[in-house]
Ligand binder design. Structure first.
Ligand SMILES: [Zn+2]
Length: 199
């Protein structure tokens, strides 16, 4: 019994470290997992294991991928003249759901945030510059979040890319300043893509 108590306490502790999950929610989830059929609880455990063992970042764009290159980079039908820059894989998914963009992506894996100690060298900016230098892109679309840090990141990158013969645009401001791409609905994202402006 002491053993069980210990392992339940351990699970509550792990659940409680997830974002947005406080102590009370962690307890509720733990007791839920003890109550559901064993197969259901173990399926969750297996899916966490599978994701962590099989999913990595695409070697080209840093999207999530189960192979060296993600499904988008491996798709020959994508327009390799347009490159859309986003902060996180979840932003890429939001843009994909809008169905308006057929080009390729580059995921920064964050944004420049001096107050949090995150500088340009902690993002995937070097490989991005290499891609633009070596690639056949004619347009680079900045789709960082419309926040102070997202705008700062976009400005930093567009300065770095000035020397290459690409047109640099950004999403139209249909998206409310300060909002986050992943929570913006797909119609607004589609408008933002269609109405993109020269930076
Ligand atoms: Zn990729």
């Amino acid at each position: 019994m002491a053993e069980l108590t210990h392992s339940v306490a351990d699970m509550i502790d792990h659940l409680g470290r997830l974002p947005g999950i406080g102590r009370k929610s962690a307890e509720r989830l733990a007791y839920h997992l003890l109550r559901v059929p064993k197969t259901e609880a173990l399926a969750l455990a297996d899916s966490i294991r599978s994701v962590r063992e099989n999913v990595r970042y695409c070697e080209q764009c840093f999207n999530l991928s189960e192979g060296p290159r993600c499904l988008i980079c491996s798709d020959p039908r994508r327009d390799s003249t347009r490159l859309c820059i986003v902060e996180q894989p979840r932003d890429l998914i939001s843009l994909e759901q809008s169905g308006m963009f057929q080009g390729l992506y580059h995921v920064l894996l964050g944004r420049i945030a001096p107050l949090d100690g995150i500088g340009p060298d902690q993002l995937t900016i070097d490989p991005l510059v290499d891609r633009v230098r070596l690639g056949a892109f004619t347009e680079v679309i900045m789709a960082t979040n419309p926040t102070v840090e997202g705008d700062g990141t976009s400005l930093y990158i567009s300065n770095l890319l000035q020397e290459y013969p690409v047109e640099i645009t950004r999403l139209a401001r249909g998206i409310t300043a300060g909002s986050v791409l992943e929570f913006t609905n797909k119609e607004i994202l589609a408008d933002a893509l269609n109405g993109r402006q020269k930076l």
